[in-house]
Design a binder for this molecule. Structure first.
Ligand SMILES: [Zn+2]
Length: 380
């Protein structure tokens, strides 16, 4: 869902991320909301091929210790694969994947590792859980899900839901931060249960502790794999954004009504995603593709607010304009260093002529042949 961003009560504590939904899912801008509450990160195999440090892959099939309230294990369950990989810098960190959707777990890990390998360093310990949902059966239901998720047909059996929750709980109990906070663990599990039992179309990154991130994805098994990759990499980038859980940084963003934090956070995630998924899938002109989607976002509604429809992609275009104007380093986006020290709360503070220009001019785009570029007016 691409749309207007709305800061929630605990902005940036967790980034509920709907901004990166595929364009095909866009309904309307008034419905869209980005709630900065949760953020996450990850990592997967293929690291050997891409020069990262060693990794371990642990495949667990149906029997995992149940913690509290666990139901019986159903041997007929589809295997849940837990992938544990070492981080590029700190080998005590991992990206663990619990996947019960039909999307391939090894491929998912590969893409996650590839994304992680782009980071200058990664500090987060990450759990990604992915579950299947069916046809949509209701609108956004904040009250039920504590997020702007819609209700969808539930494809998991009650025992499968219990098993997945048990595994999430086990992961939390082994996390160095969450292990000390049983109340938070319980609150999160209650919320995840509501998502699983309600078929919520989760697309969220939650920063549960400064360096503990959880990504939740409720996916249609028949959705295009490109959409799945985009969602996965986008959410992972949020997990790589180190200062999202930096309280002073978050607080300053919340206090400043003119803060650019939201669109910078979302724009960088989408920018990174277009480039990285483009590299993974052999897209020859990922920037042109990104700008084309940004241009497409104004063809219907016509408004040019960077926080409007398809906000993440519009914001990515704004950052790209800054890159092309020489006022922002592309590498700082692509290696995550832009989010090491709260630059979004300092360097991007308004009034700043370059930042303001990017916000106002990101839509000055034109199609030239097979690609989309900025017009000359964007460079004045
Ligand atoms: Zn996002």
């Amino acid at each position: 869902m691409h749309g207007a961003a709305v800061l929630s009560e605990r902005a940036f504590e967790t980034c509920q991320d709907l901004s990166n939904r595929p364009l095909s899912k866009v309904v309307n801008s008034s419905e869209a909301s980005v709630v900065m509450r949760n953020m996450s990160a990850w990592h997967t195999p293929q690291m050997d091929r891409i020069g990262t440090s060693k990794l371990q892959i642990l495949v667990l099939v149906a029997t995992v210790a149940s913690c509290s309230g666990g139901g019986p294990i159903d041997d007929s369950l589809a295997p849940v694969v837990v992938a544990t990989t070492a981080a590029p810098v700190d080998e005590s960190l991992s990206i663990d994947v619990l996947n019960v959707s039909d999307f391939d777990t090894d491929d998912t890990r590969y893409w996650a590792d590839f994304a992680s390998s782009k980071m200058a360093n990664r500090r987060s310990n990450v759990l990604v859980f992915i579950y299947p949902i069916g046809e949509n059966i209701g609108p956004e239901d904040w009250e039920r899900f504590d997020k702007p998720f819609t209700s969808n047909e539930v494809l998991m059996t009650p025992s499968e839901i219990e098993e997945l929750l048990n595994r999430i709980q086990t992961w939390m109990e082994n996390d160095s931060c969450l292990s000390r906070d049983p109340r938070l663990r319980q609150e999160e599990l209650v919320m995840y249960r509501s998502w699983l039992e309600g078929g919520a179309d989760a697309s969220s990154q939650l920063d549960l502790c400064r360096e503990t991130r959880v990504v939740a994805m409720g996916v249609r098994n028949d959705q295009p794999i490109a959409d799945y990759q985009h969602l996965l990499v986008h959410e992972l980038y949020h997990a790589f954004q180190q200062d999202l859980a930096n309280e002073p940084c978050r607080d300053s963003a919340e206090r400043n009504p003119n803060s650019n934090s939201v669109w910078v956070v979302e724009g960088a995630a989408d920018y990174f995603t277009y480039i990285t998924v483009g590299e993974l899938t052999g897209v020859s002109d990922p920037v042109g593709t990104m700008l084309g989607h940004a241009k497409q976002s104004i063809e219907g509604p016509g408004d040019t607010d960077v926080m409007g429809n398809a906000m993440a992609t519009r914001s990515a275009a704004a950052l790209r304009l800054m890159v092309e104007r020489g006022s922002l380093s592309e590498s700082s986006i692509l290696d995550g260093t832009l989010f090491h020290d709260c630059a979004r709360g300092t360097d991007f503070n308004s009034p700043d002529s370059e930042v303001d220009h990017a916000k106002d001019s990101w839509h000055l785009l034109e199609r030239t042949g097979s690609t989309v570029t900025f017009t000359q007016a964007a460079f004045r």
